[in-house]
Write a protein of this length. Structure first.
Length: 221
């Protein structure tokens, strides 16, 4: 006889890493990462954490070298501030793009979303380099435990186990939408996630340019 009692519902377990889509997250760490394919180019990286997924979810260890600290209660992931790295360049028509100014703009947008504009403005003329400003923001963590509503884009790649994973990044700010805002905003301007717009499909012989979440260390220490 076939029993229909005690049959678990649903499919597999939720992945431990953040996935592309609309999700509320908080930033645990922010830092610069050199981009190998551009002179003096940086990516702004954010280690982020999603909502508590309950007792059935088993997240990554908070500190892989000290498992007694327990596990994350939600998914985690490395998110780039945008699809492209920041670098000084001249666009057609003589428009100049300055790496440090563009990074500072992103930091201000993050400060607005996490209600720490006062901290940001308080850093005026205190830093000789953009590296110093980012390091200070990470050290002071005025964004700590501030939840933001986001749209996460992703570029597909194949991980070491042969499964499809994603390099996550925020879509750009535009007239049609924004990548993130304060969680409590009454009228959201955040992009509504769309596969066709917010997923970059992997090519047959795509080259992995960024470290995967599988290899990342999400330790808070």
């Amino acid at each position: 006889m076939i029993s229909t009692k005690d049959i678990p519902a649903g499919g597999g377990k939720a992945p431990k890493t953040l996935q592309p889509g609309n999700i509320n997250i908080k930033v645990n760490r922010i830092y610069l990462e050199k981009y190998a394919f551009g002179e003096n180019a940086y990516n702004v990286m954010l280690d982020c954490e999603g909502p508590d997924l309950g007792s059935d979810f088993e997240g990554f260890f908070i500190n892989k070298d000290n498992e007694k600290q327990g596990r994350y209660k939600g998914q985690v992931g490395r998110v780039r501030s945008g699809q492209w790295a920041y670098q000084d360049k001249m666009l057609a028509g003589g428009i100049q793009i300055l790496r440090d100014v563009e990074i500072a703009k992103f930091l201000k947008n993050l400060a607005v979303a996490t209600d720490c504009v006062k901290w940001y403005e308080g850093q005026n003329d205190k830093h000789e380099t953009i590296e110093s400003l980012v390091e200070k923001m990470n050290a002071d963590a005025p964004f700590k435990d501030k939840w933001i509503s986001t749209c996460l884009s992703g570029k597909e790649y194949e991980n070491k186990q042969g499964y499809t994973n994603y390099d996550l990044f925020f879509p750009k700010f535009s007239k049609s939408g924004i990548p993130f805002e304060a969680e409590s905003t009454d009228t959201s301007r955040v992009y509504k996630f769309n596969d066709d717009e917010h997923i970059i499909r992997k090519k047959v012989k795509d080259v992995e340019e960024f470290a995967s979440a599988d290899d990342a260390d999400f330790s808070l220490e």
